[in-house]
Design a protein around this ligand. Structure first.
Ligand code: 13P
Ligand code: SF4
Length: 328
């Protein structure tokens, strides 16, 4: 039982009682007709209580299709924003409003507007890991699971700006042979993996297969036998005959890998320093207690200026339409 002592009333006399948080969250879910959507990088206990766990594409699809009255987003700000853009009339809750994203922060809207103006006639394809303002300035949104497929659908003579992740951009250029103008943003977590340590680890585990997320730097991707989104990596470890994997992405995904393949071994790829910096500090701000409290108090909620919300919807809808056949 996962318990916590939490206040049961907002009045001046607080009653502190031990709660089984899993039971309390399940009760609130029923009461509120809420759905809990969680990313694979969330703490294992949050993954275990979620109605749906997925990558950014899967989560967007779930948000677009849900009949729930309230969406509780166990992920980071840009993900909850996407759910709100797709559901302007629903209450969208994020357990910790501070759960941001270094990649989204690496692309400030005013600077991106100047960048875009410097490349007239370019189509703007933006990775979903960006703010609603950047989405509103984009033509099409993509995720790590559909970026290659979306770029392949653009006529060859159409110049493209790809933002904000330079590593995913470079990977898409390599896979499609397209020349794209890249915004130079990156993810603090995926840039932390060390090529040298990855090679050392592969030597220590000669039968292990290295797999990686395309937000990693090209030097790390070079050593991976498979590159894909979190959902794609999860599927891959189930199909592969290998018994051991070196996993170069946020280690939250290993919880699901271990569940579906308990006999296989998953080794998190090592960061440059001996730190825990391969864990996303933003994703990990959400806790089971905060999840419970946000549902109980129906706050913090995601709100967006209506004009931004409306402008950001079109490129997200284009993405969903252009990637119907991509698995998630
Ligand atoms: P995916 O969910 O597309 O695998 O991306 C991972 C990520 O960095 C989410 O922030
Ligand atoms: Fe952002 Fe990187 Fe964390 Fe994903 S892992 S939410 S891209 S900082």
């Amino acid at each position: 039982m996962f318990t916590a002592a939490l206040p049961t009333t907002n009045s001046s006399t607080l009653n502190w009682v031990p709660l089984d948080l899993f039971d309390a969250i399940r009760d609130l879910k029923r009461e509120l007709n809420a759905v809990i959507l969680a990313h694979y990088y969330q703490d294992p206990d949050i993954q275990d209580i979620a109605d749906y766990i997925g990558d950014s594409l899967g989560l967007s699809r779930q948000a677009a299709e849900t009949n729930a009255d309230i969406i509780v987003f166990a992920g980071v700000h840009f993900m909850a924003e996407t759910a709100k853009i797709l559901n302007p009339d629903k209450l969208v809750l994020l357990p910790d409003l501070e759960a941001g994203c270094s990649l989204a922060d690496s692309c400030p809207p005013d600077e991106f507007a100047k960048f875009k103006a410097a490349y007239p006639g370019h189509l703007v394809i933006s990775y979903i890991n960006c703010t609603a303002e950047i989405k509103a300035m984009s033509d099409i949104i993509c995720t790590s699971s559909n970026a290659v497929q979306i770029v392949n659908q653009i006529p060859k003579d159409q110049p493209i700006i790809f933002a904000p992740d330079r590593n995913l951009g470079k990977y898409v250029i390599e896979q499609t042979g397209r020349d794209m103008v890249l915004w130079q943003g990156s993810c603090m977590v995926h840039e932390t993996f060390s090529e040298k340590k990855m090679v050392q680890l592969k030597m220590q585990h000669p039968t292990a297969e290295a797999i990686a997320h395309p937000e990693c730097e090209p030097a790390v991707l070079r050593h991976a036998s498979y590159v894909g989104s979190t959902t794609a990596l999860l599927k891959y470890v189930q199909q592969s005959a290998s018994r051991e994997f070196i996993v170069a992405t946020e280690p939250g995904i290993i919880h699901q890998m271990q569940k579906v393949e308990p006999q296989k071994r998953f080794i998190p790829a090592p960061p440059i320093n001996n730190c825990a910096c391969n864990e996303c500090p933003h994703m990990r701000l959400n806790t089971l207690e905060k999840l419970y409290l946000c549902m109980k108090n129906r706050t913090p909620e995601i709100t967006l200026p209506p004009a931004t919300q409306a402008a950001a919807l079109k490129p997200i809808q284009r993405m969903l339409a252009m990637s119907r056949t991509v698995g998630s």
